[in-house]
Design a protein around this ligand. Structure first.
Ligand SMILES: [Zn+2]
Length: 174
């Protein structure tokens, strides 16, 4: 095992200790990450393997498991993982940059529709495709398992399907 970069002391490996991963105001706890503690100065060192994959997983966890409306720090995190600046995400969601800014600084809640749209945008970029013999209903089940907050939309729902879209053979995944 290596030496402490601060004092040169011996390091002790600590396993199975939950690690609080500091990231953008989110509360992320990692399990199974070896941590090293210096026997002399007490400094703790942790190496995060594959942070890119980790960030993707954090985003997926937010989109899939967060029941309430997205919080400011979650919106910022998802936006950054989508490699979008504020005006870029505002364009994706069809809102003004000042509206997005109010969501991100907590002066306004994101609202039901935009919450779902942002989750959809992230899931469509990062979620793994389902197996070929199973109907792809993952995103649907994620969205339908969110608590219902809006009233039913009144009026006729008009569905328009372009034959070129549904006559094309279904791709292997989704
Ligand atoms: Zn030390």
């Amino acid at each position: 095992m290596g030496k402490c970069v601060i004092c040169g002391g011996e390091l002790t490996v600590v396993k199975d200790k939950p690690y609080d991963y500091p990231i953008g105001g989110l509360q992320v706890t990692l399990l199974g990450i070896p941590q090293h503690t210096c026997n002399v100065c007490g400094e703790e060192f942790t190496t995060i393997p594959n942070p890119e994959a980790l960030h993707k997983m954090i985003g997926l966890d937010i989109c899939k498991n967060k029941k309430g409306l997205l919080l400011p720090e979650e919106i910022v995190f998802l936006r950054k993982e989508l490699s979008l600046n504020a005006s870029g995400l505002a364009r994706v969601l069809g809102v003004t940059p000042s509206t997005l800014s109010r969501w991100e600084n907590g002066k306004k809640t994101i609202g039901e529709g935009n919450d779902r749209m942002l989750r959809m945008s992230y899931l469509s970029c990062f979620d793994e495709p389902c197996s070929k013999d199973k109907k792809c209903d993952k995103i649907l089940s994620i969205l339908s398992n969110l608590p219902q907050k809006r009233k039913a939309i009144k009026g006729k729902n008009i569905i328009s399907i372009n034959p070129q879209e549904w006559l094309v053979p279904t791709p292997v995944c989704c």
